[in-house]
Design a protein around this ligand. Structure first.
Ligand code: ADP
Length: 464
C-alpha cells in the first residue's frame, strides 16, 4: 500500500499564522507613522494574534504528539505479533492516512502469519505422521528437526534435541559415517545401516540441503527400518535351501539304488533296492504333500474362501484316534497292541473350522505323541471349553523336548533329532502345519515340555 505524505498540519497552520502576522505588521507600520493610537491598537491586535499563535501551536504539538505516540504504540504491538487492536481512523489529514496504512499492514501481516502457521502445522503433522524416520541437520551436523518415527527408531525421549550434535544424541557409527559422506559429497547418498546395539537394520537416504547458490548448508536424512524385510528374505532363502536339501536326500537314495538295481541280478538285493526306492519315493511325496498343505493354508486368498462350519471337536478327536491307532498298529508289527490313547472331553466343545484342517492339526499332534512318546506309547487327548476358548491338549510321556528347542519346533524343517525324525518318516513340517492351521482359524498353539517327563501341545481356538 502507498502512503501519501502531504505537508504537515503544523507546518501549514504555522505558515497561515505567520502570513496573518506579516500582513498586520505591514498595516501597523503604515498606520504608526501618522497615528500613535491606531499603532497602539494594531500592536495589541498583533500581540493577541501572537499569543493565539503560540496557544494554537502548543495545542497542535500536543495533539500531534498524542497521535504519534498512538501510532508508535500500535506499530510496536504489530511488530510483537499482537494484532488484536487497530488504530482509530477518524483523525485529520495525514494521521488518518497513517492509521489506515498501519491498519492495512496489520491486517495483511495477521493473515500472512495465520497462513504461515497453518502451513507450519500441516508440515509438522505430515512429518510426525510419517512412518519413515526423518532427521534434518545443518552443516555442522546439528539437529534442525527430528520426527516421531526417528525418535522411536533410536529409542529417544522427546526432550529438546534441536540444536544438539547428531553424534551426541544418536550413537550409531554407521549413521554418522553416512551423514559425513553426504555432507562431503554434496550429492544424494544411500546406505544400509546396521544398528550397533541390536540386530536391526535401516535403509538411509541422505539428501543434501543447499542454499540458493548451491552451497551445501545441511542434509535431510530419511530412514526406513528394513529389519523385518531382511528377516523375511532370510527365511525365504533358508526355506528354499531347506527344501532343496530335504528333497535331495531321498532323490540321491532313489538314484543310487536305481543304478544298483540296473547292475544286479541278486534277488535279495533287488528286493532291498525296491524297498529303499519305495520308501524314499513315499518320503518325497510326503514332503511335497506337506509343502502344498502349508502353501494352501498360508495363501491369504485361499484362506479367505475357506468354507467354515461349526465342528464338534469330539468327532474330530474320535476320527483322529481311530486312524492313528490303526496306522500305528499296521506300521509297527512288533507291538501288536498299538498305542494307548486316552480321550477326555468335557462338555461339547465346538469351533468354527473345516473338518480336514482340524483333523490334520489334531492328527499331526497325536501322531507325534505316538512317534516321540517313548516305549509306553501312552497318549492323552483332552478337550474342553474355558471361557470363550476351546482347548485341545495332546500329552505324551516320552523324553520331552529341551527348552532350547521348544521355541523353534514350529519352524519349518526344524527337528530336535534329524535322523530319528527321518527314521520315523517325519518331514519336519508337521508342527509348522499345525501352527498355521491354528492361526488360520483365529487361534494359537503352545508347547510345554520337561525333559524326561514328556510334552503337552495345546491348540486354543475361539469357542462357538
Ligand atoms: P517331524 O515330521 O520331524 O515329526 P514335526 O514338525 O512334526 O516334524 O516336529 C518337529 C520336531 O519336533 C520333531 O522332529 C521332533 O524332534 C520334535 N517333536 C515333535 N513332537 C514331539 C513330541 N511329542 N515329543 C518330542 N519331540 C517332539
Amino acid at each position: 500500500m502507498k502512503i501519501r505524505l502531504g505537508r504537515s498540519l503544523l507546518w501549514r497552520n504555522t505558515l497561515t499564522l505567520l502570513a496573518v502576522q506579516a500582513v498586520v505588521w505591514v498595516v501597523a507600520v503604515a498606520v504608526a507613522s501618522d497615528d500613535s493610537r491606531a499603532a497602539f491598537l494594531v500592536t495589541m491586535v498583533v500581540a493577541a494574534i501572537s499569543v493565539a499563535t503560540i496557544l494554537i501551536l502548543a495545542t497542535l504539538a500536543r495533539s500531534i504528539g498524542r497521535q504519534t505516540r498512538r501510532a508508535t504504540d500500535a506499530a510496536r504491538r504489530f511488530a510483537d505479533g499482537d494484532f488484536s487492536g487497530r488504530l482509530r481512523e477518524d483523525a485529520a489529514d495525514e494521521f488518518r492516512e497513517l492509521a489506515v496504512a498501519l491498519n492495512a499492514m496489520a491486517g495483511e501481516l495477521d493473515s500472512s502469519i495465520d497462513a504461515l502457521q497453518v502451513q507450519t502445522s500441516e508440515m509438522f503433522s505430515i512429518l510426525q505422521s510419517m512412518s519413515n524416520g526423518l532427521i534434518a541437520l545443518d552443516r555442522d551436523q546439528r539437529i534442525i528437526r527430528l520426527n516421531a518415527a526417528a525418535l522411536g527408531m533410536f529409542e529417544l525421549a522427546d526432550v529438546e534435541i534441536r540444536g544438539r550434535l547428531l553424534q551426541e544424541v544418536i550413537r550409531e557409527p554407521a549413521l554418522q559415517d553416512a551423514v559425513k559422506a553426504s555432507l562431503k559429497s554434496g550429492v544424494r547418498h544411500m546406505a544400509e545401516i546396521p544398528f550397533a546395539r541390536s540386530t536391526r537394520i535401516a535403509e538411509l537416504v541422505a539428501e543434501p540441503l543447499t542454499d540458493g547458490r548451491g552451497v551445501v548448508i545441511g542434509t535431510v536424512i530419511l530412514l526406513e527400518e528394513i529389519t523385518r524385510l531382511r528377516q523375511l528374505e532370510r527365511i525365504r532363502t533358508d526355506f528354499a535351501a531347506n527344501v532343496s536339501h530335504e528333497l535331495r536326500t531321498p532323490i540321491t537314495s532313489i538314484n543310487g539304488y536305481a543304478e544298483l538295481l540296473q547292475e544286479t541280478d541278486d534277488p535279495a538285493l533287488v528286493r532291498k533296492c525296491g524297498d529303499v526306492i519305495v520308501r524314499n519315493g513315499q518320503r518325497l511325496s510326503n514332503i511335497i504333500e506337506d509343502l502344498l498343505t502349508l502353501a494352501r493354508i498360508e495363501d491369504p486368498e485361499r484362506r479367505s474362501v475357506l468354507e467354515l462350519e461349526a465342528i464338534s471337536i469330539a468327532s474330530i478327536i474320535e476320527s483322529v484316534v481311530d486312524s492313528v491307532t490303526s496306522a500305528a498298529t499296521a506300521d509297527d508289527s512288533s507291538t501288536p497292541s498299538g498305542p494307548e490313547i486316552i480321550v477326555k472331553i468335557e462338555g461339547d466343545p465346538r469351533v468354527q473350522g473345516t473338518r480336514p484342517l482340524l483333523e490334520q492339526a489334531v492328527g499331526n499332534l497325536v501322531t507325534n505323541a505316538v512317534k516321540y512318546g517313548g516305549p509306553t506309547r501312552k497318549v492323552e487327548v483332552r478337550a474342553c471349553v474355558i471361557e470363550n476358548e476351546v482347548t485341545i491338549e495332546v500329552q505324551d510321556f516320552g523324553d520331552g523336548i529341551a527348552s532350547e528347542h521348544l521355541d523353534r519346533i514350529f519352524e519349518r524343517f526344524y527337528r530336535v533329532d534329524r535322523s530319528r525324525s527321518r527314521e520315523l518318516g517325519g518331514t519336519g513340517l508337521g508342527l509348522a502345519i499345525v501352527k498355521h492351521i491354528a492361526t488360520a482359524l483365529g487361534g494359537r498353539i503352545e508347547a510345554h515340555s520337561r525333559v524326561g517327563a514328556g510334552s503337552t501341545f495345546r491348540i486354543a481356538l475361539p469357542a462357538l
